[in-house]
Write a protein that binds this ligand. Structure first.
Ligand SMILES: [Zn+2]
Length: 217
């Protein structure tokens, strides 16, 4: 029996690996908002269960078995987000936190029901998809970060980093959500971008612009 916190660790390691980050215990402490000693204890247990391997230099990697458990949770997360959004009409910026809690309670039978009901679309309400997870894969598909986009060119928001609720609320408030059409008017001296979004202009700082993937439209 895998407990919720173990599943969270495995998922965090898988997601950090997918984002191309080197996973060390500091990465995990940061991602999960826990202390370093808590990470050490959890890793010890996960190692004993054959879910992770820790290299001599401290790098943490999932074993094939750990990867399998993580992928299952990531898939269930996407299904729950889609259920909340498509069946219950919950706004896109709220579904991630809810899915973080519910994903652990999904049984294989309920998972099957969800797939039957929702179909096989592999994109979540944030625009993130199971088949396009690493920055390298996204670039191959013609996406770039909003912070790197070319001024004057029209873009469409492809996806948004979903693990930061404050960021999602902020972007929603500014009118930036998956599918939004925008273009950069100017890169300002203070590092912000002047963006034309539909009929309004906003200024957006780089920390937010680095969390948004766009594609030329
Ligand atoms: Zn999502």
């Amino acid at each position: 029996m895998i407990t919720i916190s173990k599943e969270d660790y495995l998922k965090a390691i898988a997601e950090a690996e997918d984002e191309g980050e080197t996973v060390i215990s500091a990465t995990l402490a940061h991602w999960l908002g826990v202390t370093r000693p808590a990470v050490t204890t959890a890793l010890k247990r996960l190692k004993k269960d054959g879910m992770v391997a820790v290299k001599n230099d401290g790098r943490i990697q999932l074993t094939p078995q750990g990867r399998q458990v993580a992928e299952r949770i990531i898939f269930r997360h996407l299904l729950i987000e889609r259920m909340l959004s498509e069946i219950f009409g919950m706004p896109w910026y709220e579904v991630h936190d809810e899915a973080e809690r519910l994903e652990h309670a999904v049984s294989p039978a309920f998972e099957k029901k969800l797939v039957e009901k929702l179909g096989n679309k592999d994109t979540c309400p944030h625009g993130n998809s199971l088949s396009l997870r690493s920055p390298a894969e996204r670039r191959k598909k013609g996406q770039c970060l909003l912070s790197e986009a070319q001024p004057g060119t029209p873009y469409r928001v492809a996806s948004i980093y979903e693990r930061d609720r404050k960021l999602l609320d902020f972007l929603e408030h500014e009118g930036i959500r998956p599918g939004t059409q925008l273009s950069i008017r100017d890169r300002n001296y203070d590092g912000t971008l002047s963006l034309a979004i539909e009929r309004k202009m906003i200024r957006l700082g780089v920390p937010a612009a680095e969390r948004v993937w766009v594609k030329k439209s």
